[in-house]
Design a protein around this ligand. Structure first.
Ligand SMILES: Nc1ncnc2c1ncn2[C@@H]1O[C@H](COP(=O)(O)OP(=O)(O)OP(=O)(O)O)[C@@H](O)[C@H]1O
Ligand SMILES: [Mg+2]
Length: 348
């Protein structure tokens, strides 16, 4: 975590949209396209951590993949260190590819099973050559993530999940990135290992002044790591702000429901009626312009059918809800996330 804030964001998204055709032949005939990411604005300051949260299917991974250019956006701009990445051809993008690295959820599938870990890391490391002899550099990288040099000779199946994820982090760091996008980096790991990996990430961030985008369902990790939190719902940002503000004074009914669902200690019937989000994620129907939470939100009203703007409630703290904008949802301290990580996809 870092409090240092630069003027120009390292990464800036404006109006970014990505639509997918429905999956499967039958679905393609009957269903409409899915706007997985539907008009996102986002700014990441260098040296900070931004957490991206929201239930399953809200578009977090799609957004992460757009940033590292595993997908191309249909609309909008993604600007990294002043350069609009979509406008660059493959050759011009190559230097940026080094500077923006991704760590995936499942370290086992992100390594080539037939290669040793050392060979895999070296392959990536060669994208950023320097004067240090390769083997020394490899050993130093492994030790930075807490692995002894002998791991270089092992294959992925010979290592534990935690060790592999450390190796995945070493591989990402091997090219000296500025931005590391992590999609659920700890969710495939044992609970006891998750904390260690998060601590390692925090330590590496301080040492190398890395910028993190952390996609996670683990609100404990968010509290520990993030300077800012961005809450997504059905392809849109519904709330964003400094971590303390979003956790301590959540303004969007969806965020309140998310935090409430996470806290197993402070439940009572009245609270349940006021904040609990019911049902499951639905696909917005064509022509739906209003709040996407209509039908699930305990505070729904006619006005929710109108378009909702992302309104600034306090410096840097925004929510996409007219009730929040009018101050109807305020000063209402939420129960804090004190429990173990739960799957927020199961909000019901
Ligand atoms: N390659 C794809 N082709 C078609 N649809 C896709 C594709 N990738 C994602 N989607 C759809 O886009 C929406 C957002 O998916 P995404 O994986 O980004 O959500 P997510 O927030 O990462 O969910 P989770 O928490 O489960 O990982 C979903 O409706 C999903 O089915
Ligand atoms: Mg995902």
């Amino acid at each position: 975590m870092s409090s240092r804030v630069d003027e120009r964001p390292l990464l800036e998204l404006r109006g970014v949209r990505k639509t997918f055709a429905p999956r499967g032949r039958r679905a393609r005939r009957t269903a409409s396209a899915v706007a997985a990411v539907d008009g996102i604005d986002l700014a990441l300051q260098a040296g900070t951590t931004t957490a991206l949260v929201g239930e399953s299917g809200s578009g977090k991974s799609t957004l992460a993949r757009l940033i590292v250019r595993l997908h191309d956006a249909d609309e909008g701009t993604i600007t990294f260190d002043g350069q609009e990445i979509q406008a660059l051809d493959e050759k011009a993008f190559r230097p940026l590819r080094r500077r923006v690295q991704m760590v995936f959820q499942n370290p086992l599938t992100s390594f080539d099973p037939s290669q040793t870990i050392g060979a895999s890391i070296l392959e990536t490391m060669r994208l950023a050559p320097d004067d240090e002899p390769e083997q020394e550099r490899l050993g130093r990288l492994l030790s930075e993530v807490g692995l002894s040099p002998r791991f270089a000779g092992l294959r992925p199946r010979e290592m534990s999940g935690g060790e592999l994820q450390r190796a995945g982090i070493a591989r990402a760091l091997s090219v000296r990135p500025d931005l590391v996008v992590m999609d659920e980096p700890t969710s495939a790991l044992d609970m006891s290992i998750q904390g260690q990996v998060l601590e390692l990430l925090a330590d590496l961030q301080r040492r190398h002044r890395l910028t993190y985008l952390l996609v996670t369902h683990d609100l404990r990790a968010v509290r520990m790591m993030a300077d800012r939190v961005v809450v997504m719902y059905l392809g849109q940002v519904v709330e964003e702000g400094p971590t303390e503000a979003v956790f301590g004074d959540p303004r969007h009914p969806y965020t309140r429901g998310l935090l409430y669902a996470y806290d197993l200690s402070g439940r009572d019937e009245e609270r349940d009626r006021d904040v609990r989000i019911r049902g499951s994620l639905r696909t917005p129907r064509p022509g739906d312009v209003g709040c996407r939470l209509v039908g699930r939100c305990p505070l729904s009203a006619d006005r929710c059918g109108e378009p909702q703007a992302l309104a600034e409630l306090a410096p840097g703290h925004r929510a996409r809800c007219w009730r929040a904008a009018e101050g109807q949802i305020a000063g209402d301290r939420q129960p804090h996330a004190t429990t173990d990580p739960t799957d927020l996809g199961e909000l019901t």
